[in-house]
Ligand binder design. Structure first.
Ligand SMILES: Nc1ncnc2c1ncn2[C@@H]1O[C@H](COP(=O)(O)OP(=O)(O)OP(=O)(O)O)[C@@H](O)[C@H]1O
Ligand SMILES: [Mg+2]
Length: 240
């Protein structure tokens, strides 16, 4: 469902973040990306959903070639989860989730929070999936870090995306909350067949929840293995 061929990304300042990435991800897979700070993990996710232009290579997603003409379609079919949750603090959980239905072209509507009843029901269902129905009308700044990230996930899944991109979704959480978030992603992966591509720093969590681990070092893929085949040699080079 996702095929990345010789993907390259060089920023305007000359910094080369991706140096020829080849990666194929099947529908329903849970793949984690490991790699040191600055290796290109965030850039990779951002190129997949069109937040960054690419400098070379090709990306095919659900049989669509990603480019200027297909970005809206790709963004409709992908959900994104962030390390810092990116919620609007003074809004309720449900309104934060509803913003997941807005494309960038009608973002101004969000100023008025004019949503239909059917959309609100969808938002409540998403909050129920992440176990937060009882917090639907709490302001997001009244929630714990782990709960905020669950709102972030509810927002990402409200459109029923084919692909969820998660950029270090548990980096600011304690181990218990981190496990809860990853088991939730695993549940979404299994129940809805959502493909998951997740940047992680914690090797043990990546091994526990993923079908495949991909190591990136200096903009290149360094290993691509099943969790049971990951060895010290794989990890030594990326975490020295
Ligand atoms: N907007 C940008 N302009 C210029 N260079 C950038 C930009 N974004 C990222 N880079 C550079 O690209 C490289 C990869 O960055 P990226 O954020 O993808 O790394 P990362 O693996 O996500 O790191 P971390 O684990 O710290 O989040 C780095 O050298 C970074 O400095
Ligand atoms: Mg990053």
């Amino acid at each position: 469902m996702l095929e990345i061929i010789n993907l390259k990304k060089t920023f305007k300042n000359g910094s080369s973040a991706l140096k020829g990435i080849n990666l194929k991800i099947n529908k329903g897979e849970f793949v984690s990306i490991l790699g040191p700070s600055g290796s290109g993990k965030t850039t990779l996710l951002r190129t997949i959903n069109g937040l960054e232009n690419i400098s070379g290579g090709e990306i095919y997603f659900d049989n669509i070639k990603i480019g200027h003409n297909s970005i809206l379609e790709v963004q409709k079919k992908t959900g994104m989860i962030f390390q810092e949750f990116n919620l609007v603090n003074n809004l309720s959980a449900i309104n934060n989730v509803l913003t997941g239905l807005l494309s960038s072209s009608n973002k101004f509507l969000s100023l008025f929070y004019l949503f239909k009843k059917s959309q609100k029901i969808k938002a409540l269902k998403s909050l129920e999936t992440v176990g937060l129905l009882n917090k639907s009308y709490n302001r997001s700044d009244e929630l714990s870090g782990g709960q905020r990230q669950r709102v972030g996930i509810a927002r990402a899944i409200i459109k029923k995306p084919l692909l969820l991109l998660a950029d270090e979704p548990v980096a600011s959480l304690d181990p218990k909350a981190a496990n809860l978030i990853l088991s939730l992603l695993k549940k979404i992966n299994k129940e809805f067949g959502t493909t998951i591509l997740c940047n992680l720093h914690q090797v043990d969590l990546a091994k526990k929840y993923s079908d495949r681990l991909v190591g990136i070092l200096d903009g290149k893929i360094f290993f691509d293995e099943k969790p049971q085949n990951i060895n010290k040699n794989n990890l030594k080079k990326i975490y020295i």
